[in-house]
Design a protein around this ligand. Structure first.
Ligand code: 13P
Ligand code: 13P
Ligand code: MG
Ligand code: MG
Ligand code: MG
Length: 383
């Protein structure tokens, strides 16, 4: 009697530009999911963060289930039809394929799923973001599950004291590694501090290997041999009794951190925690937003949500994020506002370089340095 929570998201069009998925699209998705209640899913909640639609679903079919993924795909296809009728911006943006082939992974939508035996009481927090990518969760997941200055339970709760296990994906090398905290905290940080290469996919409780958190990382991987760029991510985190308390799950966002994304998916900026009503990024298409919806899962039904970041307790975080946004914006097209080339979602810079190709003149006398080995190859990741 396991329950699966599946959060599947896609951007199928914005009103206007990349700012908002309008009500019309959410209503279409709700209608498709409503039809599938009892047939495929137990319960659902549809929300949005900016131009991304998030389908939060519960069911008994396990992760990667064809029926559940097919249902989400159908909802996004129907919403795309409306988006095209209204000529919304980027209509069908995240549906990379014309036909569904069993699983949304690699087809454009992002997906975070976890299966568990429901506890006596099962609080979960669903996070949905816009204008950033899945590495936005590296820092907060570290704080939640490995930093006792964030999570008092790591020190006080006997079932957490043995720590957590992090599944880290190398999204360039298509590999994964499991690291156990607290013993391997420094090695974990050595990897996940590098947003160009590493993303946390899952976290498990070491005591019993129970799933604690999962993040959508789909598009960070190179789909069909091509880097299709960022995917505004979602995550699910279980809370309380042996997991961080809800307030410990939310606490990392009280001090905003910088994430990749924002305008054209090509800038660093703060991640601003907001309530559902304020998930409307418009300033320079941002700054990046995150909402946190708290549910109690009850016999597979979603009781809630509680719109957790709507709380006044996060007002100061929002203020700080806006100050950070101002500081970054001052830099315009200069780094460190602008992302390194390897992380840009889409950019005309390669085209600019192509246009200038014939105008570059070799610097005399620098051949020796090349021979001395100071070449881009030293970076290892740019072969
Ligand atoms: P209450 O006393 O409000 O139940 O809170 C207990 C708790 O653990 C808060 O983190
Ligand atoms: P989205 O990833 O939210 O579609 O935004 C893309 C963009 O170009 C924002 O400026
Ligand atoms: Mg968009
Ligand atoms: Mg988006
Ligand atoms: Mg994006």
């Amino acid at each position: 009697n396991k329950i699966t929570v599946s959060v599947i998201k896609a951007d199928v069009g914005g009103l206007c530009g990349h700012t908002l998925a309008p009500d019309e699209l959410l209503e279409v998705c709700e209608a498709v999911l409503e039809e599938a209640v009892d047939e495929v899913i137990l319960d659902y909640y549809v929300t949005r963060c900016g131009d991304d639609i998030d389908l939060i679903m519960t069911h008994k079919l396990g992760c990667d289930n064809e029926k559940v993924h097919g249902l989400a795909w159908r909802a996004f296809e129907e919403a795309t039809k409306v988006a095209k009728e209204l000529k919304l911006y980027g209509a069908g943006q995240d549906l990379l394929s014309d036909s569904f082939s069993g699983n949304v992974r690699g087809m454009g939508p992002g997906c975070a799923e976890m299966e568990f035996v429901e506890r006596k009481s099962e609080p979960i927090v669903v996070f949905c973001c816009d204008k950033t990518d899945p590495t936005a969760f590296n820092y907060p997941l570290y704080k939640m599950f490995a930093d006792p200055f964030n999570t008092a339970g790591l020190v006080f709760d006997p079932s957490m004291i043995s720590g957590f296990k992090f599944e880290v994906h190398d999204v360039v090398g298509h590999k994964k590694v499991f690291l156990e905290t607290p013993e391997e905290v420094y090695m974990l940080l050595a990897l996940i501090g590098d947003y160009e290469k590493y993303a946390i996919k899952r976290v498990y409780r070491r005591k019993d290997n129970e799933i604690a958190a999962v993040v959508s990382t789909e598009k960070l991987n190179y789909i069909a041999g091509e880097y299709v760029g960022k995917d505004d991510p979602v995550a699910i985190v279980r809370a309380q009794s042996g997991f961080p308390a809800v307030g410990e799950v939310l606490e990392p966002f009280a001090n905003p951190h910088f994430v990749p994304g924002w305008m054209r998916g090509s800038h660093w900026g703060p991640l601003m925690p907001v309530g559902e009503e304020d998930a409307t990024p418009t300033r320079f298409d941002g700054p990046a937003r995150i909402i946190a919806l708290g549910f109690q899962v009850c016999d597979g039904m979603l009781i809630g949500p509680n719109d957790l970041f709507a709380d006044k307790g996060f007002d100061k975080a929002r203020e700080k994020a806006l100050e950070m946004a101002d500081i970054m914006r001052r830099m315009g097209p200069f780094q460190p506002h602008r992302l390194p080339a390897t992380m840009m979602e889409y950019t005309t810079v390669p085209k600019v370089l192509k246009a200038l190709e014939d105008r570059f003149i070799p610097l005399e006398g620098l051949e020796l340095i090349e021979e001395g080995g100071i070449t881009r190859k030293d970076r290892g990741d740019v072969e």
